[in-house]
Design a protein around this ligand. Sequence first.
Ligand code: G16
Length: 543
Amino acid sequence: MTIQTVATTPFAGQRPGTSGLRKKVSDYLQPGYLENFVESIFNTLGDCSGQTLVVGGDGRYFNRTAIQVILRMAAAHGFGKVLVGQGGILSTPAVSCVIRKHAAFGGIVLSASHNPGGPDGDFGIKYNIGNGGPAPEKFTEAVYIATQSISVYRISDEAAPDFDKIGESRIEQMQVEVIDSVADYAELMETLFDFPAIRKLFAGGFTMRYDGMHAVGGPYAHKILEGMLGAPAGTVINGTPLEDFGGHHPDPNPVNAAELIAVMFAKDAPDFGAASDGDADRNMIVGRGLAVTPSDSLAIIAANATLAPGYRDGLKGIARSMPTSTAPDRVAKALGIKCYETPTGWKYFGNLLDAGLATLCGEESYGTGSNHIREKDGVWAILFWLNLLAATGKPVDTIVREHWTRFGRNYYSRHDYEAVESAAAEAMMENLRAQLDGLKGRQLDGFTVDFADDFVYTDPVDHSVATKQGVRIVMTDGSRIVFRLSGTGTEGATIRLYLEKYEADPARHDIDPQQALAGLAAIADQLSDLKKRTGREHPTVIT
Ligand code: G16
């Protein structure tokens, strides 16, 4: 069989966003669209000969077709070996784990994460580097530049080998090894958490509901929770990955995981509830009658980290994305360690983790993780909470309330305005930026502005600078209003408004968050003129 050199022309708009190239499936179905992007990745990598690549995805529509193309193109580019998850399945954290364990050159993750799937849904591709983490911006920008001038791509004309059965085969000179999708990941989890204590917890009648949302987390939860940890069958619901996620939006938040929330807020609720997203890197933690915010979850994990065997020696530091609440900062202060504030995007944590500056990382967007891999990790976060529940013997709501009593409560909410007309969203941001210089010291409905800026991040390791990472208005009491445009949407623009208010007094820890934040929401609307500019009276989603 031969390597074909196929003539092609550039597609506009192949610039990776917050996390890879996320587009409608219909975009990816255009002849050459996928090939152009993959060719640009390989060309940006340079000499790939003899190298090992990891490939897998969340099982959404087009996953299998994309893997076949990638295998044929990897063979044409001289890769020595590709490790593929059985059936094309690998969660995003599992890709990171496999890259690291097998010292691979890098990996390709096929997922649009929490975005809906199916022929009318979304698809995505992301390249991860040898440390197991998302490629940094300088790489993704180089890929984008390559997509703009591409004229040919190289591909083997041999059919891609079957990747449903574990085993080895070849395409051209390249070895294709189909691996168990869960084994390497499960083995790593066992080194981090007290599995015997969690097994004992389940054996004692502890009940849990894990919602796989018909996404890739299901196989991992089946094997680890019901298999290795002895949780009763039925603990995992919606545990079979489907190409369209059963028509649902696989985003583990109280809005999209409403089924789980209903179970956890019922009278006979299980002790613990959890969910993960399309590619199983996000997580939601729910106790009886209480959904834990991602920012609180990170803070609580950090405050109790030494209860888990893998973190017994303590933390080097914590890192959170800028819009994430400052709850983890309070824990870092108490622990005498640093809390880094990065732009949104897991890629910004990579250097901090590699340099040993941070051990735990987290984001408001239901992402939590640590230095065990270089992606956020939904199942890991759920296991951390199980370890915590087993070690303390306390229920989720007691752990959360005790945390608030000790550190204070950071009321927090995100308001999303989806599929807004892009020009209107951009104009709103520009108008906010234009006001920033005049805001310092201004009195706004009982708050005084401490400072206002458009977040700029200088990486402490490689000193790269990321600008325009979100407009923030910070009050003298630490309350914050943050505006930014999402980098993961596929339709128009998504405006994200993040609201945070700190409350130290335990007597005031039971207010409805939307009520606690209503004053800040009104100020945000007044400053941005959001309703008038977008024509939207209400957010599309409130989490
Ligand atoms: C990705 C990134 C996260 C980010 C999230 C939302 O997550 O990895 O770092 O917080 O998108 O980003 P945005 O606010 O720009 O939409 P995922 O789970 O979608 O890969």
